[in-house]
Design a protein around this ligand. Structure first.
Ligand code: MLT
Ligand code: ZN
Length: 536
């Protein structure tokens, strides 16, 4: 009985729990699905039920016709991830309007042994937000109300539903004189529930820290339908374990986040941004250290892209027709830098962004010093908000530019700063001319986005990348997932970044949440990982 219950819990919440994830490269079954990664040949577990007409009737009674989507076009979009790399075959998309409906859906699916996958804006990059097989998709996009904003008592606490689109929250707060502590390229589509579930990092983490710091409370629904109200708005609350933290970044494995309370900082009085060319990665790294020393807490973001990233983005992204910068920096010989048209930026350089509530004079002084010391070879300072957004357009255009260029293998790694670019160079040697290695990332957070761009997905290329990239990261005590999550792509790779004891504790906790005694037959090396195959 206990064994069934344990398996039952693992099976029902998400197919990722239940699918026999087969990370033996050579063992690909005909029924299995292959997702461009040596780790992710997965098999549908036959213990899952198949959706029946009675199930559909139940959901229609619960959610109304509008909340039950069976239309082929809508299902196709919900089955496919943003990169078009992961594709499920779900026949049912449910759109609850409130927490109670999420709870009823999960309770029902649990009783019927129907696999589910929670979905937000479907902007994930690791195959965590789409079905693998025929799971029921639960999309919280209709839960998009802002519930309260307190700018008086505890300054800047926003409480909202999980389906709120990040960009809408950013504009709402802008009108109130506040900002979201989180900003990322996918802001136009991604939802706050998904951001929290994946512990999204983005462009402002350097200054405002991770969501573990700014999320004050959460509401979440467990697989059996239990609603956990942890929606506090207090800055301090030491009454027992702070369980919300387990939901931040757990990618839907413990429950579906339905509401979020988040601390938002006041809007900055001035924001300036510099887009700087360095001769090599070492200069970018030194520039960051200098910027931290000289500009300290007023620095909001420090991003970087290498010369291959710059060539790629300038070949595929519209960079404008006018000059976007102004001559403000003088070179070593006292010559003014030419006013730079972004289209004419030299492609052989590594670029860094320094942005924050930095007064122009401070920024100019810092840059002049950086030029004199040889760290910066060239650069532009945005003179207004339009120029600033043109600069960000380049950085934020990179993921799309890579998609346009063909197949892309994406790796999101935390690494010690001084080693970070060694991996990029070693990867270039490892891959040879078959593919392009493009690097960019959140340098200020020690987060490298390593992308291998090829004309098409190719097992020979993949075999050169994996497990090399994971072993390298592990050897240097980095993380194989800095901010994108594990998803289907890396669920079985957790051991590269977490010790067996840590993984074991996660599994034990997982059992605790569902009030199950550990079933030891599920805790061998392979199955223990299955418990952590998550969805977001
Ligand atoms: C970014 O920083 O642009 C995102 O994390 C997406 C990506 O890595 O491509
Ligand atoms: Zn990123």
């Amino acid at each position: 009985m206990e064994k069934w219950r344990a398996a039952d819990r693992l099976l029902k919440f998400s197919s990722r729990f239940a699918s026999a994830v087969n990370w033996n490269n050579s063992c690909k079954s005909k029924q299995g699905k292959y997702f461009y990664s040596v780790a992710t040949t997965v098999h549908r577990n036959p213990l899952f039920s198949i959706i029946s007409p009675d199930d559909i009737s139940y959901f229609k009674t619960l959610l109304g016709e509008r909340g039950v989507v069976q239309d082929a076009l809508a299902l196709d979009a919900a089955n496919t991830d943003w990169m078009g790399k992961y594709r499920g075959s779900s026949k049912l998309l449910l759109q609850p309007k409130n927490t109670e409906e999420v709870s009823q859906i999960l309770k029902y699916c649990n009783s019927r042994c129907l696999a589910v996958v929670p979905q937000g804006g479907n902007t994930g990059l690791v195959g965590g937000s789409v079905p693998v097989f025929d799971e029921v998709i639960i999309n919280v996009g209709l839960m998009r109300n802002i519930l309260s904003f307190d700018k008086v008592i505890v300054s800047g606490v926003l409480v909202c539903e999980a389906g709120c689109i990040l960009e809408n929250l950013i504009s709402f707060l802008d009108d109130e004189g506040f900002i979201m502590p989180l900003d990322l390229g996918a802001k136009g589509s991604c939802q706050i529930g998904g951001n929290v579930s994946t512990n999204a990092g983005g462009l402002r983490l350097l200054r405002y820290g991770s969501l573990h710091g700014s999320v004050l409370g959460l509401e979440a629904v467990l697989a059996n339908g239990t609603v956990l109200d942890m929606l506090g708005t207090l800055r301090k609350d030491n009454t027992g374990y702070d369980l919300k933290h387990l939901f931040i970044g757990s990618e839907g494995s413990l429950g579906i986040v339905t509401k979020v309370s988040i601390l938002t900082p006041p809007k900055l009085s001035s924001v300036n941004i510099a887009f700087l060319a360095c001769e090599d990665y070492t200069s970018c790294q030194k520039l960051l250290l200098e910027a931290k020393k000289k500009l300290g807490g007023i620095l909001s973001a420090f991003e970087f892209l290498d010369s291959d990233a710059m060539s790629l983005v300038s070949s595929t992204t519209f960079l404008g027709t006018e000059n976007h910068g102004q001559e403000v920096i003088k070179d070593k010989h006292g010559q003014d830098f030419t006013s730079i048209d972004l289209r004419a930026l030299p492609l052989e350089f590594w670029y860094s962004y320094a942005s924050g509530s930095i007064f122009m004079e401070n920024l100019e002084a810092f840059l002049l010093h950086s030029v004199e010391s040889g760290l910066v070879a060239n650069g532009v300072l945005a003179q207004d908000i339009n120029q600033a957004s043109s600069f960000w357009h380049i950085r934020e255009g990179l993921p799309e530019a890579l998609m346009k260029a063909g197949a892309v293998y994406k790796y999101d790694l935390s690494l010690p700063l001084e080693k970070m670019y060694d991996l990029v160079e070693e990867m270039r040697v490892q891959i040879g001319p078959a593919a392009k290695v493009v690097a960019y990332g959140h340098l200020g957070d020690g987060n490298l986005h390593l992308n291998i761009s090829a004309p098409a997905y190719d097992d020979n290329i993949l075999a050169k990348i994996e497990p090399f990239v994971y072993e390298w990261t592990s050897k240097n005590r980095g993380s194989i997932s800095a901010e994108h999550g594990l998803g289907l792509m890396k669920a079985a790779k957790i051991h590269y970044s977490k010790s067996p004891e840590t993984v074991r504790l996660m599994i034990d906790f997982d059992y605790c949440v569902f009030e199950l005694l550990p079933d030891t037959s599920c805790l061998d090396d392979n199955h223990s990982i299955i418990c952590l195959c998550l969805s977001a």
